[in-house]
Design a protein around this ligand. Structure first.
Ligand SMILES: [Ca+2]
Ligand SMILES: [Ca+2]
Length: 77
């Protein structure tokens, strides 16, 4: 059985092309395109990161991604 958290983590790892545990603007752009987006603009990517970047490092970590996808945050499986 796969928990919501595991599913979100699997998504995160799919988007994290270089496997460093952080989603950069470039990785988010690729993820957006993979999900059928038309190719987000720089400002759209920037706004997206700002909306989720709780620690202000300019990238989306796994916990921040969990908050974004709307499930799994502080959730016990
Ligand atoms: Ca990465
Ligand atoms: Ca961050």
């Amino acid at each position: 059985m796969t928990s919501a958290r595991e599913a979100a983590e699997a998504e995160f790892r799919r988007f994290d092309v270089d496997g460093d545990g952080l989603l950069t603007a470039d990785e988010i752009r690729r993820a957006n395109e993979a999900l059928g987006g038309q190719g987000a603009s720089e400002s759209e990517i920037e706004a997206f990161i700002k909306s989720a970047d709780n620690d202000g490092d300019g990238t989306i970590g796994l916990e921040e991604f969990m908050g974004l996808v709307g499930h799994g945050r502080h959730e016990k499986a």
